[in-house]
Design a protein around this ligand. Structure first.
Ligand SMILES: Cc1cc2nc3c(=O)[nH]c(=O)nc-3n(C[C@H](O)[C@H](O)[C@H](O)COP(=O)(O)OP(=O)(O)OC[C@H]3O[C@@H](n4cnc5c(N)ncnc54)[C@H](O)[C@@H]3O)c2cc1C
Length: 301
């Protein structure tokens, strides 16, 4: 599929209504695999107005016969206004615009995602419009600690927040940060290398909940709870360091991996609808203020 000629135009970075946004022609500059099924696409986007961590774009593919398909994808790259003290943007493109990264998880029976992961090559063009969304955003300013909870590709907008809070992976994030990331197996974890490196910094706690992996049969492993076992371990295929639980997220997993309610963190949850609802319910049951919880659901668009 190819995109029609550029419509041009720029939009305010906090614009939230897709209907009022202009379409930009985006050229794929480079791509890399993040997991067995997820690929990060770095697009050069002339005229891009900038974005906030957590926002998304609509991507439009148009076939030569005029048929077009459109899907939403979160922006993975850091915004151009990273944390205080780290003002230099690393995504500014020469001559204006920006290089914008999206990470797409391939759904084997999907219409658009397999094209983006398996077919699109550097130099190919798509159309995109955005940035979209004014609610599920994190701004680098004096902030409470961050609690991020991701299911599957729901890690993508949270990664933009992490990159905004921690522009230099070797240094502590601007605010204390906890990430609980649920994926099927270690092979399905997106950004695993980047996250492992970042989590070595102070004030960054990383926990995985693996839903389709077997716990290592280490004799020293703690006894299993009703639905999960939490073990600080280096025995999975994940890089050593993060704690890993097995099974769906549960009261035990939340108690082990999330901030206590008294910390009053800002909470962002993203993933499939069922996951988001379960995570939000568990947090509220644990005593977190529902008003502190922001959610984004990745369903069919
Ligand atoms: C705000 C927002 C941001 C998003 N950000 C990202 C992102 O950063 N990365 C990413 O990979 N995806 C993201 N998505 C999901 C994305 O928009 C598409 O839904 C997804 O890529 C599937 O499109 P497709 O054309 O391949 O599948 P389709 O042809 O639309 O659907 C194929 C089958 O998969 C089911 N399906 C569709 N979408 C999903 C889904 N998300 N999860 C499970 N089953 C699904 C459909 O019901 C259908 O059975 C986001 C969605 C929203 C609403």
């Amino acid at each position: 599929m190819t995109a029609p000629p550029p419509p041009g135009g720029t939009t305010p970075r906090e614009a939230a209504a897709p209907g009022r946004l202009s379409w930009h022609v985006a050229t794929l500059a480079s791509a890399r695999w993040e997991s067995a099924t997820a690929r990060t696409l770095a697009f050069d986007v002339p005229g891009w107005p900038g974005h906030l961590a957590g926002q998304h774009v609509d991507v439009k593919l148009t076939a030569e016969d005029g048929y077009s398909a459109q899907r939403s994808y979160s922006i993975a790259s850091a915004p151009d206004n990273a944390a205080p003290g780290h003002a230099a943007p690393d995504n500014a493109a020469p001559g204006g615009g920006a290089t914008l990264e999206l990470t797409v998880q391939r759904l084997d029976d999907g219409e658009v995602s397999p094209y983006l992961t398996d077919v699109l090559e550097p130099g190919d063009q798509v159309e995109l419009r955005g940035p979209i969304g004014g609610w599920f955003v994190w701004r680098p300013a004096p902030q409470p600690p961050l609690q991020l909870i991701a299911g599957g590709s729901g890690i993508v907008p949270l990664m933009a927040m992490i990159r905004a809070a921690q522009p230099d992976a070797g240094h502590a994030p601007a605010v204390p940060l906890r990430l609980l990331y649920s994926a099927r197996t270690p092979a399905d974890v997106i950004y695993s290398g980047d996250l492992a490196q970042r989590a070595r910094a102070p004030r960054f706690s990383l926990s995985y909940a693996l839903t389709r992996a077997q716990p290592p049969s280490a004799p020293s492993a703690p006894p299993a709870g009703p639905s999960a076992r939490v073990a600080g371990n280096g025995q999975s295929e994940l890089a050593p360091g993060p704690s890993v639980s097995y099974g769906r997220i549960s009261t035990d997993v939340i108690a082990a991996a999330a901030w206590e309610p008294r910390v009053t963190p800002a909470i962002f949850i993203c993933g499939p609808s069922g996951f988001v609802e379960a995570a939000a319910d568990l947090l509220i049951a644990a005593g977190h203020d529902p008003a502190a919880i922001k959610t984004e659901r990745f369903g069919p668009t």
